[in-house]
Ligand binder design. Structure first.
Ligand code: ATP
Ligand code: MG
Length: 567
């Protein structure tokens, strides 16, 4: 499979007008020739899990096309499988779509069509195009044939219409056990497309449905329900992923034989992304087996996980638009999604100071007990971003990595005799440092240059480095959660063995008590910040006013790209 990595120069042109994708070309043609007055798309999730970034792409596509061409887009729950579906998923799906910035025109459920679909099935029976089969699943499979050999007709294929009608009614009435009978379309057991060798239309399942309860014990198969639901809603362009391409003739067959509204199916390649898995079944395993902390774990490729991690809806939409759609399977570099997230947060997130791995810096010539209130700009990318007061004192927390006892030549931070600017404050010079018994540096002693205050600097001294800091007596503490990729390999699903054996065991790293500037104390769940030099962070849902919790959304630079280059 081809992996798309996007060079920065391509990314720079992201917001420029792009050319039409193949679906837009088709739609423009249809509108031009008057085939449709308005287009009508739908997003048809099965409520058996939470939405992921692949679904988000499909949402952006379907809702995006409707918006672009002044059409409509329905939300339809494809809830024809009672066993795996739950109301919890319905609610989360609706919530995620709204959060992504879209509003559906109609909200429908395939289960609302059960009666109509039953009527369609009866119609096909009456036309001699469907029959009740007593064969077991194994027998049906055995008679199917394969690509080289034709299948065999079922011994029940030539039942009379009357008998079929009676048996189908009895199936509905609950006279038979699960698997005892099925309803099949009567097409052609030697058709080169195996899906047209008398496909199943209905199976018996005595199961409780999340909406219809125990009203039904027969449920339509996807192939029978999907196109018919599209048709009921007068969907013009039914867009699905590539694996359904061979289902298209069947989609058309049902519609044609029933003589109902001719919805049409179009396929595009599903969205795959590096370092993750993208099937609800696999994501469910990760949740159920405790590899992650739920569907909204910030490492999950789910919409809820990405939201919790601090990804913005705009960034996800931008990602979808940038990647566009393809006719062939491909793999998109997760780095592109992260790039879109950084682009958006760069404009939105206020800059703040937080020290993740602290050591103390003491300014020996600054009066003890004195506090200065410095004005720091909130966001240089936003003219209306304003400023905030940041307290400064003689004791500051700085990052351990910003001091080196024996610095190399081009180390522009602190070390014996070196000077650095404290962000928004003064230039300091390192005069001395202290170590504990194990040889760890515990304190750095500096003098500051009073004339070097940021914005009023008359010192004439030029320093190359600027470091962030937090005043010790004013600092608040917070928990920080740092995340890395959930998998160690680009495409865990295509590797040998169980995809879970490629889980990155070190994908979550908790720092229980970092120091943050006091302005962050009132941060609310979902707020985004850039911690200077440390990346973008957001307030996690676990956060309380007494115990703030931040997630690192994404670093400031693509560290994986750097690693890859080194190798
Ligand atoms: P999964 O394999 O993850 O369970 P699914 O296709 O079974 O996905 P559905 O709920 O049936 O999930 O999907 C709803 C819609 O989202 C469908 O139209 C489907 O084609 C689309 N979709 C699902 N996964 C992707 C993906 N990876 N990329 C693009 N579209 C997707
Ligand atoms: Mg599906």
């Amino acid at each position: 499979m081809q992996t798309f990595t996007f060079a920065l120069r391509n990314q720079a042109s992201m917001s420029e007008e792009r050319s039409l994708n193949f679906l837009e070309e088709i739609i423009e043609e249809h509108l031009k020739e008057g085939k449709y007055e308005h287009i009508h798309t739908r997003f048809p999730p099965e409520p058996n899990g939470y939405l992921h970034i692949g679904h988000a792409s499909s949402i952006c596509l379907n809702f995006g096309l409707a918006k672009r061409y002044n059409g409509k887009c329905n939300l339809r729950f494809d809830d024809t499988n009672p066993v795996t579906e739950e109301t919890e998923y319905v609610e989360s799906i609706k919530n995620d779509i709204k959060w992504l910035g879209f509003q559906w025109d109609g909200e429908y459920y395939a289960s609302d069509y059960f009666e109509t679909l039953y009527g369609f099935a009866v119609d096909l029976i009456k036309k001699g195009l469907a029959y009740v089969d007593d064969s077991s699943a194994e027998e049906i499979a055995a008679m199917k044939g394969n690509t080289m050999e034709p299948g065999k007709n079922s011994p029940y294929r030539d039942r009379s219409i009357e008998e079929n009608l009676k048996l189908f009614e009895e199936m509905r009435a609950g006279k038979y056990k699960d698997g005892e009978k099925t309803l099949r379309a009567k097409i052609d057991m030697s058709h080169p497309n195996l899906l047209l060798r008398d496909p199943l239309m209905y199976r018996i399942k005595h199961a409780h449905h999340h909406r219809t309860g125990d009203k039904w014990c027969i449920y339509p198969m996807y192939d029978f329900a999907h196109g018919e639901s599209d048709s009921i809603e007068h969907i013009t362009h039914s867009i699905c992923t590539l694996e359904f391409i061979h289902h298209r003739p069947l989609y058309n067959w049902f519609i044609e034989k029933l003589g109902i509204y001719p919805s049409q199916q179009y396929e595009f390649a599903r969205r795959n992304m590096t370092y993750t898995v993208m099937s609800k079944r696999k994501l469910l395993q990760l949740v159920n087996e405790g590899h992650v902390d739920g569907w909204d774990d910030p490492r999950m490729p789910t919409v809820s996980g990405m939201r919790r991690r601090g990804y913005t809806a705009k960034a996800i939409r931008q990602f979808s638009d940038t990647v566009g759609i393809a006719k062939r399977e491909n793999m998109v570099d997760v780095g592109l999604l992260e790039f879109c997230v950084r682009e958006d947060l760069n404009k939105k997130a206020n800059r703040m100071m937080a020290v993740l791995d602290p050591i103390k810096l003491v300014i020996t010539n600054y009066p003890e007990g004195q506090t200065d209130e410095l004005d720091l700009e909130n966001n240089p990318e936003d003219e209306n971003g304003g400023t905030r007061k940041v307290p400064f004192s003689n004791e500051l927390w700085i990052e351990r990595e910003d001091f080196m006892e024996n610095p190399p030549k081009k180390f522009f931070r602190l070390g014996p005799g070196l000077m650095v600017r404290l962000k928004g404050a003064y230039i300091v010079k390192c005069e001395d440092f202290k170590k504990d018994a194990e040889g760890n540096v515990t304190e750095v002693h500096c003098t500051y240059i009073p004339e070097s205050r940021s914005g009023h600097d008359t010192s004439g001294i030029n320093v190359k480095g600027t470091i962030h800091w937090v005043s010790v007596p004013h600092a608040k503490t917070a928990e920080v959660r740092l995340y890395d990729r959930l998998f160690k390999v680009e495409d865990p699903s295509s590797e040998e063995g169980d995809f879970k054996s490629y889980i990155n065991e070190n994908s979550k790293h908790i720092l229980p008590a970092i120091y943050i500037e006091p302005a962050l104390a009132t941060a609310q769940t979902g707020d985004h910040f850039q911690f200077l030099r440390k990346g973008y962070f957001c307030v996690d849902t676990d956060s309380t006013p007494e115990h703030l919790v931040f997630n690192r959304t994404v670093g400031l630079k693509d560290t994986w790209a750097k690693e890859a280059k080194k190798q």
